[in-house]
Design a binder for this molecule. Structure first.
Ligand SMILES: [Zn+2]
Length: 440
């Protein structure tokens, strides 16, 4: 089976390619990229010249909730949400029930992902047994079972000694340690960014320093061990400074920012809906200076990756007082519109940089296949219409959970077509496709 995507603008930063090219896909792989390629029996998908043909987007921070919390999300519903959002691959966090701290859980996740047959799923294993922060998990066995990295996400890696050992061990395995950076004593039972709005609304605060203290520890330990640490969902300007200074002295540190941290601030807590629990996430929405720092880091290259921290929660769990609600929002289906509307069209970053942040760098940082449209590589492709105006409708999300603060937002930019291994995993209304392409 052959198909050709014809007429679009191919943007592939890893191959230094940006221009009008045809992409020929054969037997699940990229067969050829060029101008005016002969059709030779391929099924042609004709797209407008303004549409972007990118290497498949990769979200390296996703909570798929299975096993254990299938009322929030399953691997099937989460990967359906991923491909609808333009992601051909996701890396899933280990804070399931039970925690993914051994090979059996990793194998279960991979089996469910294969059954769902939508986005690729790369499990991330726990750093410590039960993510309890005491004993190191069997990182070698987990790596052999398919884990690509390790984290105790939901919590920080508890102690400096554990982090040192984890970095040493994972470093030998060639896998990064991802850290959810927060100092638990400083975070306390805070629920919102420490500042004017938390005070005005009577919410307990979490200072940015609760995050950056741990980032500074991790950068120092990455320096000590020569291993790679990746900072998850960075939100505070002090953290960005710590990452930048680490990078300047050659430390193997990388970082990601989530769309809500470059689009929203704590000011929205004081919006039309007071105490909206869809604005409660950890780390919290920060103040404007932090948001602006994230934008600067995205533009200047300090930030490596945009990752969503897709965190589904059931409506009943979120429909409680702000203090009691769980942290987190869904993100897979809103990321592309937010990146294009708020970053690309706003002039913060170029299209090329957007693809770098969503595909090239996620692959590079986590040592994953993909992130480029190389000849003979797997045909993971995301097609984006940068000019399509859409209105986010939480009820229409493929995710089993609808907890998004972006409901009702009108944004310019949308994923149109998601191809995983040469198979069409998602096509938006408005894409002209032969029926036999969809039925496979
Ligand atoms: Zn986290």
């Amino acid at each position: 089976m052959k198909m050709m995507i014809r007429g679009g603008r191919v943007v592939d930063p890893a191959a230094d390619r940006d221009g009008a090219f045809d992409v020929l896909i054969e037997d699940g792989r990229i067969a050829q990229i060029g101008r005016g390629l002969p059709v030779n029996g391929a099924e042609v998908i004709e797209i407008p010249g303004t549409w972007i043909v990118a290497p498949g987007l990769i979200d390296i921070h996703v909570h798929l909730r299975e096993p254990g919390q299938e009322h929030k999300e399953t691997i099937a519903s989460g990967t359906a949400s991923a491909v609808a959002g333009g992601f051909t691959a996701v890396a899933c966090m280990p804070n399931t029930e039970p925690i993914n701290d051994h090979a059996g859980i990793t194998q279960f996740i991979l089996k469910k992902a294969a059954e769902a047959n939508l986005a690729r799923v790369y499990p991330i294993g726990a750093v410590s047994r039960g993510s309890m922060g005491e004993q190191l998990a069997e990182l070698g066995e987990q790596k052999a079972a398919g884990c690509i990295a390790f984290t105790d996400d939901g919590r920080p890696v508890a102690t400096a000694l554990l982090m040192r050992r984890a970095l040493e061990y994972a470093g030998m395995l060639g896998a990064p340690i991802i850290d959810h950076c927060e100092d638990p004593s400083l975070k306390g039972d805070g629920v919102a960014h420490e500042g004017y709005y938390a005070s005005a609304l009577g919410l307990r605060g979490i200072p940015g320093t609760a995050e950056s203290l741990m980032v500074e520890r991790d950068v120092s330990l990455a320096e000590l061990t020569g291993s790679h640490v990746h900072i998850a969902h960075m939100s505070a300007r002090q953290s960005l400074r710590a990452v930048r200074s680490g990078k300047e002295r050659g430390v193997q540190v990388t970082c990601e920012v989530a769309p809500h941290h470059f689009t929203l601030t704590d000011e929205s807590l004081d919006g039309p809906v007071k105490y909206d629990t869809n604005l409660k996430m950890n780390p919290p929405l920060r103040e404007r200076a932090d948001r602006d720092a994230m934008l600067a880091g995205l533009a200047d290259g300090t930030v490596d990756v945009i990752a969503t921290d897709h965190a589904p929660h059931h409506a009943d769990e979120k429909m409680v007082e702000f203090d009691r609600a769980p942290f987190g929002i869904v993100g897979l289906e809103t990321a592309v519109p937010l990146v294009f509307d708020r970053l690309v069209h706003a002039g913060v970053i170029t299209v090329r940089r957007a693809i770098e942040l969503l595909s090239t760098n996620p692959a590079r940082v986590m040592h994953l296949p993909g992130g480029t449209l190389a000849d003979s590589g797997a045909a993971d492709v995301t097609v984006i219409d940068p000019d399509r105006t859409i209105t986010i409708d939480s009820a229409a999300l493929r995710s089993r959970s609808k907890n998004t603060p972006f409901h009702g937002w009108t944004l310019r930019g949308a994923s149109m077509l998601t191809i995983v291994g040469g198979r069409i995993a998602y096509a938006a209304p408005g894409v002209n496709l032969a029926d036999r392409l969809l039925s496979r």
